[in-house]
Design a protein around this ligand. Structure first.
Ligand SMILES: Nc1nc2c(c(=O)[nH]1)N[C@H]1C(S)=C(S)[C@@H](COP(=O)(O)O)O[C@H]1N2
Ligand SMILES: [Mo]
Length: 431
């Protein structure tokens, strides 16, 4: 390093102020407007973000910002996602990029509550099953593959906070708009098979999921998130302990090498970087299980009203919802004949109907809706609409599920900003 900037000073500078260090050393100020995008990203995270291993990683100063990431808040291997936060890393997918029937890995949203594990080596990854079981077991990825039936399923995964950005007044938490949802193809073994092999004992009430990610505070032993589900839900044969996503090892940001997929319930139940499932004799009380996390008040409350935590209940099954993935909002066309496409999903049962309106809800037309490829997959739908005059239109989509529940125009405010399944609307201009 020339100009009298010694290597030790380089390291110090990056520790103190990475933006300033970048500016001093490379003559650019890359991150001033982004609250230190990627500051303190660990090596594994950095590798995942630049999309390659970093052979000289030992030379990298703490808080260093790779130039590959310097100009835009993008994530390599996560094409076109909107980054909401870098610490923890959270990124959502614009609806028009969710047009595929099966979400490609590079379009699958990312929701981290903490910092990614440093060591993501699949060859020595271990999953422990313990608690109220006859035989506690420790299994590697090969054990899982060899000892249990391997299955592949398209499973929709949605963050319970998806749609939070539209609550008024604003609620705390990541301001997801539409894109904290995806439907990748997951391969793994059934959670129920593995739990059965360990032998669930009498008195089992709830699972507790543990993982290798760490708390943003850096406090030793403090977990960012540890959630669980009632035993009945855990034993649903559709839950997977997954090791592959769309036919490849799971993307590190999506919880590779091993994660749970608990479809139909809040995404937070699907622990990434899974290391242990404990069977408990009580409702699990890990981080983000208690208080107001992933919970709703048991009665309607006034926006902003202060309420006792006692009235909050754990969110279980997710509500019916749909997304218009074509056209993108703001679409301009000279031709008023448009093929509208999208997906619809629900936490339990299936979607029976998707209705569209082009006249602000005065009339509705039925879209053609596919069967789910398997339970808990989202269902694709399409419809041809004719917009006969020039001007501004909105296309609205409303799904109804087998529980007989339809998407509302707006939902009641809640303190966590959860479960906003209001209809998706896109703007279209015929010119
Ligand atoms: N270990 C761990 N698992 C986790 C999380 C996390 O922060 N840590 N986030 C959860 C939440 S809130 C969601 S919505 C899903 C998101 O999965 P994805 O990042 O693969 O899209 O992972 C869940 N599993
Ligand atoms: Mo989530």
């Amino acid at each position: 390093m020339g100009d009298g900037v010694s290597d030790t000073r380089l390291y110090e500078r990056y520790n103190q102020d990475p933006d300033e260090a970048d500016h001093l050393l490379f003559g650019r100020r890359t991150h001033a407007d982004r609250r230190g995008f990627l500051k303190n990203a660990g090596l594994a995270a950095m590798g995942a973000l630049v999309g390659a291993a970093i052979p000289f990683h030992r030379n990298i100063p703490a808080h260093f910002i790779p130039v590959a990431l310097a100009s835009e808040p993008v994530i390599r291997g996560k094409d076109g996602l909107t980054v909401l936060n870098d610490r923890p890393m959270c990124a959502e997918t614009p609806p028009h990029l969710l047009d595929d029937a099966i979400t490609p890995t590079e379009r699958h949203f990312v929701r981290n509550n903490g910092l990614m594990p440093e060591d993501l080596d699949a060859s020595h990854w271990e999953l422990r099953i313990n608690g109220l079981v006859d035989t506690p077991v420790t299994l590697g990825l090969e054990d899982l593959e060899n000892r249990f039936e391997v299955v592949t399923r398209a499973l929709a995964l949605e963050c319970a906070g998806n749609g939070r950005a539209f609550f008024d007044p604003k609620t705390k938490g990541e301001q997801w708009t539409y894109g904290a949802v995806a439907c990748s193809e997951w391969t793994g073994v059934r959670l129920s098979d593995v739990l059965q092999a360990a032998g669930i004992q009498r008195g089992a009430v709830y699972t507790a999921h543990y993982s290798a990610d760490t708390h943003v505070s850096g406090e030793e032993g403090r977990l960012p998130l540890s959630r669980g589900v009632p035993i009945d839900k855990a034993m649903d044969e559709h839950n997977l302990i997954a090791f592959a996503q769309n036919g490849r090892p799971i993307h590190p940001l999506n919880g590779g090498p091993l994660r749970l997929i608990i479809p139909g319930w809040p995404g937070s139940c699907s622990q990434k970087w899974l290391t242990r499932v404990e069977i408990r004799n009580q409702v699990h009380d890990g981080p983000k299980m208690t208080g107001t996390s992933y919970r709703l008040p048991n009665r309607g409350i006034e926006p902003g009203e202060a309420v006792d935590e006692e009235i909050f209940r754990i969110i279980e099954s997710m509500p019916v919802k749909s997304l218009i993935t074509h056209p993108a909002t703001g679409y301009r066309t000279a031709d008023g004949e448009i093929e509208v496409r999208g997906h619809a999903w629900t936490g339990e049962g299936r979607v029976d109907v998707v209705d569209l309106s082009i006249d602000f809800g005065a009339t509705w037309m039925r879209a053609s809706l596919d069967e789910p490829v398997n339970p808990y997959a989202w269902q694709n739908w399409r419809a041809s609409v004719s917009l006969r005059q020039r001007g501004y239109y909105e296309i609205w989509a409303k799904a109804t599920d087998s529980r007989g529940i339809s998407q509302p125009h707006a939902i009641a405010w809640n303190p966590g900003g959860y479960l906003n399944n209001a209809m998706h609307r896109v703007a279209v201009y015929v010119e």
